[in-house]
Structures are given as structure tokens and as C-alpha cells.
Unconditional design. Structure first.
Length: 168
């Protein structure tokens, strides 16, 4: 299980690193430029919210850290009441990275096999972890595409996280 934990951490962590690199590379003029329905800041927030929720598992009992709310769960597409600043989302990313570290450290077969239901989706927690990683990577790629289109530059691919699974 230790080798499996390291593999999950290395690859999931790389997805989070790519999201972080995109967020840090985004100029203020692109962060909230008003030209797209879902602006850069919102796509970063959306990704972090669902990263956090999926790491939690079920919707029941989930509460993101302040100042974030549960608007993302509203099926009518309610947006947050304000634009989130880069430092707020960077802090949220750090919170999620630490949550992932704790989840991986505590994984056991019972947790991995537990069935989690989100709306019409029902899967084991293990599959939800993989689904979550793909969701983060999807949006990291989307943010990199936006950066490439708006600035003709985007961060490089991260093949595995350089961060250690063990707390330093």
C-alpha cells in the first residue's frame, strides 16, 4: 500500500501542481477580464471546490473553508457573490493539497471500497479519487489553454510532484 500511496500522491500532486502553476502564471488582466462566462478565477475556484468536496467524499457534512460557500452545489448555476482573489485561491489550493496528503496517509481498504454517491454518480472512494484527479487535470489544461490564448504562454507539464508525501 505504501508504494500505491506514493504513486497516487506523485500523480495527483502533479495535477494540483499544474493547477497551481496556471494560477500563479495568470496575469491580473486575465484573472477577471469579463470576456468569458466562466472567467479564469472562477474555473480555478470551481476546480478547488470540487477537489475539496471529492476528497471529503459524500456531500453530507461537507463545508469548504471560509470565505467559500456552497454555491457550487446549486443546480441553477449560482456564482459566488464576488471574484475570489489569487491569494485566497492559493490558500485554498494549499488546504486541498494538505487534505489530499491526509487522505492518502489514512487510506485503507474499507475507505477505498466505500461507495460515494453524488447525484446520479455512484462509485467507490478509490474511483472517486481517480475521477477527482482527472477533473483537476482537465481544468488545469483548460486554464493553460486560456493562458496560451490570452498571453501566448503557459506553464510546462509537471510529470510528478516534487513535494514529499510525508509532512516536512
Amino acid at each position: 500500500m505504501n508504494q500505491s500511496r506514493a504513486i497516487v500522491w506523485n500523480q495527483f500532486g502533479a495535477s494540483i501542481d499544474m493547477l497551481e502553476n496556471a494560477m500563479q502564471s495568470c496575469p491580473e488582466t486575465v484573472w477577471s477580464d469579463g470576456t468569458q462566462k466562466h472567467e479564469f478565477w472562477y474555473l480555478a475556484y470551481h476546480t478547488l471546490f470540487w477537489l475539496d468536496l471529492y476528497l471529503h467524499g459524500p456531500i453530507e457534512g461537507f463545508q469548504p473553508p471560509k470565505p467559500f460557500g456552497l454555491e457550487e452545489l446549486d443546480p441553477s448555476g449560482v456564482m459566488p457573490s464576488r471574484v475570489y482573489e489569487r491569494n485566497e485561491l492559493t490558500d485554498y489550493l494549499g488546504y486541498c493539497r494538505e487534505k489530499l496528503r491526509n487522505v492518502i496517509a489514512a487510506l485503507d481498504n474499507a475507505r477505498l471500497e466505500k461507495i460515494i454517491t453524488h447525484g446520479r454518480r455512484s462509485m467507490s472512494y478509490e474511483e472517486l479519487l481517480w475521477y477527482n484527479m482527472r477533473h483537476v487535470q482537465h481544468h488545469a489544461g483548460q486554464l493553460n489553454l486560456l493562458l496560451r490564448q490570452k498571453t501566448d504562454s503557459a506553464p510546462d507539464w509537471v510529470s510528478r510532484t516534487a513535494r514529499s508525501l510525508e509532512k516536512m
